[in-house]
Design a protein around this ligand. Structure first.
Ligand SMILES: [Fe+2]
Length: 260
């Protein structure tokens, strides 16, 4: 424990020193106030095949009055850059029922690129899960909260399951599309190749990364990971698209492009 604390302090000190000396890793993202910076497309490779299936995971869009149009444009631009074979929406899609039409329109636009599969988050539950589900389906997407969809890619089947899917996943590649990364505790032994989650927004401020987790957020939220491998299963946690208070430091807003 003492050694780990020492390592933490060392990584933190080096991180601060780098920032003060102007050597900050720009990929990590500087201070961002507002939503002007384009979304980062972060790549996660589970397969190095040239014909790997490309899954764009988009979490925590949080459409809300006054900014839905701008955020939707940024999501469409990022998904377009991904050249995705499927778009997975990871919950917290809207913050109020006034944005149901915006969500439907966004799903309709995304469905022009690739099949759209969606699950809900805690904010969607507050609005009403059935209303959010209807908006996704009316836009041409599939609601997979307690189901699964097989995405066929060349000769392979990519099974994408929702967080309440009760059956053991099948398919050549098994993907769990979830919202809260707490699900990792019960699903890391469940036979998935990839578990996708969001919810934490990276905690918006990142001083340093240690053992796959972002600090200081991970002190309070132990699942504040970026990417973490356990046996044959990879956990990928997105830092999300937008926040209630739009201030971030070294925590870029992002779409995660997974090669499976
Ligand atoms: Fe969220």
């Amino acid at each position: 424990m003492r050694r780990e604390l020492h390592l933490c302090l060392k990584v933190f000190t080096e991180s601060v020193f780098q920032i003060q000396s102007g050597e900050e890793d720009l990929h990590a993202g500087p201070l961002e106030i507002g939503f002007n910076a384009p979304l980062l497309v972060r790549e996660e490779r589970l397969s190095s095949c040239p014909d790997a299936c490309r899954l764009a995971y988009v979490s925590d869009i949080h459409l809300r009055g006054g900014r839905s149009g701008h955020i939707a444009k940024q999501v469409i631009d990022a998904v377009c850059r991904c050249a995705a074979n499927a778009v997975l929406l990871g919950g917290d899609l809207i913050d109020s029922s006034s944005e149901l039409d915006s969500l439907r329109a966004l799903v309709k636009q995304l469905a022009r690129f690739a099949p759209v599969l969606a699950v809900g988050g805690n904010h969607d539950s507050r609005v009403g899960t059935s209303q959010v589900c209807d908006a996704v389906q009316n836009g041409g997407g599939a609601w997979i909260q307690n189901g699964s969809v097989d995405v066929r890619h060349n000769s392979r089947v990519i099974s994408v399951c929702g967080p309440d899917f009760a059956t053991r996943p099948t398919g050549d590649v098994r993907v769990l599309c979830a919202h809260n990364p707490r699900i990792w505790k019960t699903t890391r032994h469940a036979g998935y190749d990839l578990v996708l989650a969001g919810h934490l927004h990276g905690c918006q401020f990142v001083a340093f990364e240690f053992r796959d987790r972002l600090f200081p957020g991970a002190v309070f939220y132990p699942y504040n990971y970026l990417s973490h491998q356990f046996g044959a299963t990879r956990l990928v946690v997105s830092r999300g698209i937008s926040d209630l208070v739009p201030i971030r430091w070294r925590c870029p807003r992002e779409v995660v492009l997974c090669y499976v």
